[in-house]
Ligand binder design. Sequence first.
Ligand SMILES: Nc1ncnc2c1ncn2[C@@H]1O[C@H](COP(=O)(O)OP(=O)(O)OP(=O)(O)O)[C@@H](O)[C@H]1O
Length: 238
Amino acid sequence: MLLELDGITVAFGGLIAVGDVSFSMAEGDVLGLVGPNGAGKTTLFNAVSGLVRPTRGKAHFLGRDLVAMPIHTRARAGIGRAFQVPQPMHELTVRENLMVASRFATGRVDKQRIEEILDLLKLGHKADSDAATSLALTEQKALEVGKALATNPKLLMLDEVLAGLETAGKRAFMHTLSEVRQRYGLALLIIEHDIETITRLCPRVVVLNFGRLIAEGSPESVFNDPEVIRSYTGGEAA
Ligand SMILES: Nc1ncnc2c1ncn2[C@@H]1O[C@H](COP(=O)(O)OP(=O)(O)OP(=O)(O)O)[C@@H](O)[C@H]1O
């Protein structure tokens, strides 16, 4: 297994942000993580990427104990993450941003991979432009994904990276993500609110509500599950 979560719980004082969540992903899997606001999705991402330490539970990545693994070694182990709000390194060009990410995670700059990423993400024409000031929103998001790709991940975690894009932009970006996944044989773990996006991208979905895993399965089955519908409507309708 690539990622195995077993009873992961994250408590902030008395608040159980993630409660007893278990699921696993094989290499190359694409899994959507959905749920209403405050359901615990980002906290679960943080537990996997190392920004928070689970209160209870076990997590393994390629058989290695993830809970015990320091945050800086997780990127080297193959966990890459792209954030909702792009965080380019200022004063650096697009290519330099990718170079820094590559060196951070792998200890060296893989120039060939960086050129490939620039090409796949259609950033080649902006490679030498200032990353903080010269990119359109879609390009900023592409760079955010590119930085994660430059770390050479086996698992790419995408936290609402499509948020804020128009429908056409979303579709184009989804197409790019599919190409990226095929090229590198990556597994994707995707937080996304847009049901159409999730349905198109993810053959399997996990639904959280109040920190608990309430449904898991195909998009069709989970989005027709009365408990999932209730979780989104606050119990108003099934
Ligand atoms: N550092 C923190 N300290 C205290 N409470 C927190 C902290 N981080 C998250 N929470 C709480 O944990 C719960 C889960 O939050 P989380 O951000 O993981 O949900 P989410 O599903 O990602 O929500 P959204 O879709 O709105 O981003 C919320 O009640 C939130 O207020």
